[in-house]
Design a protein around this ligand. Sequence first.
Ligand SMILES: Cc1cc2nc3c(=O)[nH]c(=O)nc-3n(C[C@H](O)[C@H](O)[C@H](O)COP(=O)(O)OP(=O)(O)OC[C@H]3O[C@@H](n4cnc5c(N)ncnc54)[C@H](O)[C@@H]3O)c2cc1C
Length: 354
Amino acid sequence: MPFFLYLVLWIMNKESLNNEYDIIIVGAGPAGCCVAKFLSNEYNILMIDRSRLPRDRSCGGLMVEEAQDFIKDWKLPKSVFSYPKYLDLKMIDWNNDLEIDIKKKLWNVSRKDFDYWLLKKSQNDVQFSFETKFLQFEKKRKNIEILLEINNKRKVIKTKYLIGANGPFSNIRNSLVKKPMRHYVAAQYWLKHKNIYNSAYFIYDNEITDFYSWIIQKKDNLILGSALEKDSNIKNKMRILRNKFKKKFNITGNVFKKEFAILSRPENKKDIFLGNDKIFLVGESAGFISPSTGEGISFAMRSGYNCAKALNENFEKPFSLYKEFSENLINEIKRKIDKSNALSDPEKRVEMFK
Ligand SMILES: Cc1cc2nc3c(=O)[nH]c(=O)nc-3n(C[C@H](O)[C@H](O)[C@H](O)COP(=O)(O)OP(=O)(O)OC[C@H]3O[C@@H](n4cnc5c(N)ncnc54)[C@H](O)[C@@H]3O)c2cc1C
């Protein structure tokens, strides 16, 4: 990335914070960036993230059709793609010894570069503050008081609307919803691998998990990943999985990086929680993520857009509009819950592989 862009972002990040904003967005992932991008620039907006961007985010970096469609006119630069740029998809069922090719082209991106590119697409008038951690909020009669931590110092700022775009472990969601969502641990092991796979592999094997495991080529590296039940013995499961990869694909090589991250898997409609009149949740914080594939980028961007649209159309009473705009996404998740229940069960899976 050109040096001057770093400089611009550094300067933007050094601006001192106001005491009050119209809208504060917590989280600069795809959900938060899309809220920022689509909000009208007549609002006074602050977007914060606890990390310094560009930052890594454990992810397969696969973009499905819905995500591709959403950004089709935005000219995604070549530098954001990994190699191979596009991947076919093969689904393999090791319990039933079945394999199918899915006629879909997935975009294969570097997640770090994608999120940074999206951040730069956010509109100019948004103020950013990185390495700024959201701690808690308190609802007052006319506004919301937000407690932030910057450089080990605490600061209180007021806002009319608070947008929780802070991913699977959102402390904003957790302070509003009692029942936690089902979470998995997504483990990704990176190893060097010269023979290029032009397909991503989604592997179903109930000895490993009732979700699925994957192989994704990233330049001359491979990601071997799996979404594992939280209370399972993660390292042992990954050891079994690696042995199977070695036997069935002859994938050997030294692992040079291990990542463990939390992945939400909504079980029913109630897991989608949009917030309330002044506090909106978007992206994975709201539960917008596919329970069948763990695909969350398209849901994050689309829910971010819906949230911004609701605030633009009716700043006084946007929440009912946000609910209305979210209906399609919620129905999409509902359909995927049915699909994921079938995919989790080896007997029902046979039907899906026909
Ligand atoms: C291993 C793995 C592989 C995946 N692979 C894919 C894939 O191939 N394709 C796909 O579409 N999806 C994939 N997903 C899911 C996808 O990554 C998420 O659903 C998506 O990133 C959600 O976007 P978001 O903007 O809602 O949240 P995030 O991308 O999680 O962004 C949240 C942001 O909030 C910040 N934040 C968190 N807490 C605070 C706080 N207290 N204060 C300030 N900032 C905070 C974080 O630093 C982060 O930048 C994968 C997930 C995992 C774990």
